[in-house]
Structures are given as structure tokens and as C-alpha cells.
Ligand binder design. Structure first.
Ligand SMILES: [Mn+2]
Length: 337
């Protein structure tokens, strides 16, 4: 139950740093998901319980409208990391971010010597880029890791913190069904749910915000599916020309929803949703339903991407057929198919 000894020790070190800090920075990673946003907002509320002032910046991407109802979202500052004055802060707590590019991809991220950095993350692929790193890959959501850390810190659970942690856990676990989910997840959720007045509305306000263009994208993706490696791997692809015709912003496409849906086909063990986001730049989302045998973070890792065993991402700067063939041939040799 609760955090391991190692996490408890790290959590105590981090708390000591927080207590020394005067002004703390938090951010949302590029293309933020609810685990990123929920982590940052819940942490802001937690820090306030220690009398600390924290600023959450939106990061590289526009803040998604469907996350506006998350408690604390209205206080988010509309800047990315490269636009802020680092001298205004003495501590940066970097959440749900495996690599320094998840702080910003808009340019080279360099931390000023006066800015202490602490990463709290649950990605196996975390490179340990921060000054202090608490990385716990056994957690299926960063928000579940924060739940345990907040307990260690003696944070009083509030409706705001509960909602922000819940929504991150709900989403990053695919509604409590992905690998890593166990009794600890449900115990945390049970505790959080006591503080949330209306869980369905919290979820549905986020989920029922689809736009017609996204349905069109999904239709195009699903109609393009090809299978490889004896039917083990299925790949969908949407070219940039379709996005342009349909008025879809490349930054807004949700490839992970497509790959997750593709994985519902019984015999497809690895589902891949690809989209051309710029000429000859292909963004991939991978999902695996047999994550021990087909660990997709190993596949993306070999090609310069990252992620988790069951859910990973990759960007390749190659024309489509070449990019697809590279993914298929890498999978073939990696998984002995
Ligand atoms: Mn996460």
C-alpha cells in the first residue's frame, strides 16, 4: 500500500526543496493531456497548502478548451517555457515529462543556474534530465504518483485536488484498464471520489467535446488501415493533404484515439495511427495489447521516440512509405516476427 520506501525518501527530499523555494514554476507539456494538466494544477493547489506561490504555464500548445473546467485551469498563464523570465522563479517542478523536449520543443531549453529543477514522472523512458528526479514507471498515471506523494506530504485532500488527480488518472489509464492498473489505482480513485461531487460530468464535459473535423479525421484514418507482420500490426495513415482539405490543424489531431480504437480488433496486437503533420514529417501513436511481448516503447525508443510499454509515440522525418517501412522492419526484427 502507498508509496515505496524509495519514493518516500525522494518525496521528503523534494518537500525540503519546496519549503526552501519562494516562487515555483509548473508547466503543461506539448500537446498536453489530462495527466499533464491535472498533475500541474493539483500540484499548484498542494503547494498553496505550504503557503507557496506557484505559476502554471500552458507550455507550447494552446490550452485545450475541453480542459477548461478542470479546477485551477483559469489561472494558467498563456506562455511557453522560452517566453518566461527564469529569474522570476527559483524552483521548477516538471511533471509527466520524460525528456527535456517535453518542457518545450520551440527551441533549446536551458535552465538558468539559479533555477532548481525537480522532475516527478512515471515514464520508463525518463532520461533523468532534471536536477532531482523522482521517476516511478510502475504507476499508470503521474496523477496516481502525485496522490501517493501528497499523502506523504500530509496534503489535505480538497475537491479541487481530487478532481484534477482523478481526471489525470482516468485518462492516462484508459478509464482504469491499461497496464499498471491495480488495487492501488482503485484505492486512490475510491478516496478521490469522496471529494468529487459529480464524476460523470467531470468526464463527459471533457469527452463530449468532439468536433466534426475530428470524426472526419478518424473516418479517414480507419478507412486507410493496412495490416503487416502476419496481421499482428495494423497501421492507419492520414496525409497532410487531407488535413488541409478538411481544415484540420495538425496540432489538434488525436492519433491516440485512433490507435486505441484500432486495438479493439482482437487479432491486432500492435495498433499504429500515423499522420503527416508537416510535409514528410510523420507523427505516430502506438498501442500494444500484449505489452510484455510487444513493448512499443522499445520500438519507438530505437527510432528516437518515447513512451510506455503499451502506449508510445514517435516522429519520423521521412516520406510516408519510407517511414512506414522503417517502422514495420524495426518491429519485425525487434519482436522476431
Ligand atoms: Mn502521464
Amino acid at each position: 500500500m502507498g508509496a515505496s520506501k524509495e519514493i518516500k525518501e525522494k518525496a521528503a527530499i523534494i518537500l525540503a526543496e519546496i519549503k526552501k523555494a519562494k516562487s515555483i514554476l509548473l508547466h503543461c507539456h506539448p500537446s498536453p493531456d489530462p495527466d499533464s494538466v491535472g498533475s500541474a494544477l493539483a500540484m499548484k493547489f498542494a503547494l498553496e497548502q505550504f503557503g507557496k506561490e506557484a505559476t502554471v504555464i500552458k507550455g507550447d500548445s494552446d490550452f485545450p478548451d475541453e480542459f477548461r473546467h478542470f479546477p485551477g485551469a483559469n489561472g494558467i498563464v498563456e506562455k511557453n517555457f522560452l517566453e518566461i523570465d527564469q529569474s522570476q522563479f527559483d524552483l521548477f517542478i516538471i511533471l509527466d515529462s520524460a525528456r527535456i523536449e517535453m518542457v518545450s520543443r520551440r527551441g533549446e531549453v536551458r535552465f538558468s543556474p539559479s533555477l532548481k529543477t525537480i522532475a516527478i514522472d512515471h515514464h520508463q523512458s525518463n532520461s533523468g534530465f532534471a536536477g532531482t528526479n523522482l521517476v516511478a514507471p510502475s504507476y499508470p498515471a503521474n496523477c496516481q504518483l502525485l496522490y501517493d506523494i501528497f499523502k506523504e506530504w500530509g496534503i489535505k485532500m480538497t475537491p479541487e485536488i481530487a478532481a484534477d488527480l482523478f481526471i489525470g488518472m482516468y485518462t492516462d489509464t484508459g478509464a482504469f484498464k491499461y497496464g499498471g492498473v491495480d488495487h492501488r489505482t482503485y484505492e486512490a480513485v475510491s478516496e478521490l471520489s469522496k471529494h468529487i461531487a459529480d464524476i460523470p460530468s467531470l468526464i463527459l464535459k471533457m469527452e463530449n467535446s468532439n468536433k466534426p473535423e475530428f470524426i472526419a479525421f478518424e473516418g479517414k484514418a480507419l478507412s486507410s488501415i493496412e495490416t503487416f507482420l502476419g496481421g499482428v500490426m495494423a497501421i492507419s495513415f492520414v496525409p497532410l493533404a487531407f488535413l488541409k482539405e478538411s481544415g484540420i490543424e495538425p496540432a489538434q489531431v488525436r492519433t491516440s484515439e485512433v490507435s486505441s480504437f484500432m486495438l479493439t480488433v482482437k487479432d491486432w496486437k500492435i495498433a499504429v495511427s500515423a499522420v503527416e503533420i508537416e510535409p514528410d514529417i510523420i507523427k505516430f501513436s502506438f498501442r500494444s495489447k500484449d505489452a510484455d511481448r510487444f513493448d512499443v516503447s522499445k520500438l519507438t525508443g530505437q527510432l528516437g521516440g518515447g513512451g510506455h510499454k503499451a502506449a508510445a509515440g514517435l516522429i519520423l522525418k521521412k516520406p510516408w512509405p519510407e517511414a512506414r517501412d522503417l517502422v514495420v522492419s524495426t518491429a519485425k526484427s525487434l519482436y522476431n516476427l
